[in-house]
Design a protein around this ligand. Structure first.
Ligand code: PAF
Length: 286
């Protein structure tokens, strides 16, 4: 696996591949790779001849008081894992490569509407940071396809929207969430949980499963179910940030006319904020 830090080196390698007629996939990450990320790499291999992975802990997407400084940086282990999954290239831009201009002068990308709700409401500016860095990574690497995890479903929708709105010639693919044996969605932030919190954590997905099954109740009352979900989480020791039953295609609050839904949630265990989601298809309502 080749490792590059500069934009010139990245572009040269991608150019060589494309000259040889090879298709290229990008898997953007912030490192501290786990099986969820590695499945993105596996998936990318099924869709492109060459797979590159970027690792960049993006300061722009962390708010004040969030975990930017303590976000786990495990470069050597990450590189070993990527070699074991046959990644072709690891792109490790520095902050200076990514953001050469002062914060106040920098061009930013913003996806209004979608970015302001759910996680965006609790983390103001977060999705502008994500949209900006993803837009830059796509322009830097110019992949044919870019692959993201569905655990960050709202992020995936925002990225799809920005690519459509800015006419970026790339296909965006989502890969289903990978879970621990007890159902907890894999996440770099799971490493922050102490033993007691780790034992409580599966209740997040269990709550989503319960709500998903309750969505078929007649008549459906999604707003009441959201409240019920928040209560279930509190009973399981979480501090609920939000539970939202949404239309899958645009994340608008679901109504009883909608059938393809996704339930999004975020909740704290101690200081650790976990997110998860579940897809729900409800039958035609009576
Ligand atoms: O999902 C992530 O790890 C990050 O938000 C991403 C997409 C790599 C942008 O920094």
């Amino acid at each position: 696996m080749q490792t590059v830090e500069s934009l010139v080196d990245l572009r040269n390698t991608v150019h060589t591949w494309k000259q040889a007629g090879q298709s290229v996939a990008l898997v953007p990450t912030m490192g501290n790779l786990h099986e969820g990320h590695l499945r993105l790499v596996d998936f990318a291999h099924t869709r492109a001849d060459r797979v590159m992975v970027s690792i960049f802990v993006n300061p722009l997407q962390f708010g004040q008081g969030e975990d930017f400084d303590r976000y786990p940086r495990t470069g050597e282990e990450d590189a070993r894992q990527l070699v074991s999954r046959q990644a072709d290239l690891l792109y490790l831009p520095t902050v200076d490569v990514m953001y050469p201009r002062d914060a106040g002068q920098m061009t930013r990308v913003s996806v209004p509407g979608l970015s302001g709700r759910y996680c965006g409401q609790s983390r103001p500016g977060h999705f502008d940071g994500v949209a900006t860095v993803v837009c830059k990574l796509l322009n830097q690497a110019q992949p044919d396809i870019a692959v993201f995890g569905e655990k960050d479903y709202q992020q995936l929708m925002i990225i799809q929207r920005l690519v459509a709105d800015l006419d970026i010639p790339v296909k965006i693919a989502g890969v289903p969430t990978v879970r621990e044996a007890d159902g907890l969605a894999m996440s770099s932030r799971n490493g922050y949980l102490d033993q007691a919190e780790r034992e409580q954590a599966p209740a997040l997905y269990q709550t989503l499963q319960q709500l998903a099954s309750d969505c078929s109740n007649e008549p459906p009352n999604f707003r009441a179910l959201e409240k019920e979900g928040a209560n279930l989480l509190e009973q399981a020791g979480f501090r609920t940030d939000y539970v939202a039953i949404c239309r899958k295609q645009d994340l608008e609050p679901a109504t009883d006319r909608d059938h393809d839904l996704v339930i999004l949630c975020a909740a704290y265990l101690g200081k650790t904020r976990l997110i998860d989601n579940i897809n729900v298809t409800v039958d035609q309502h009576a």
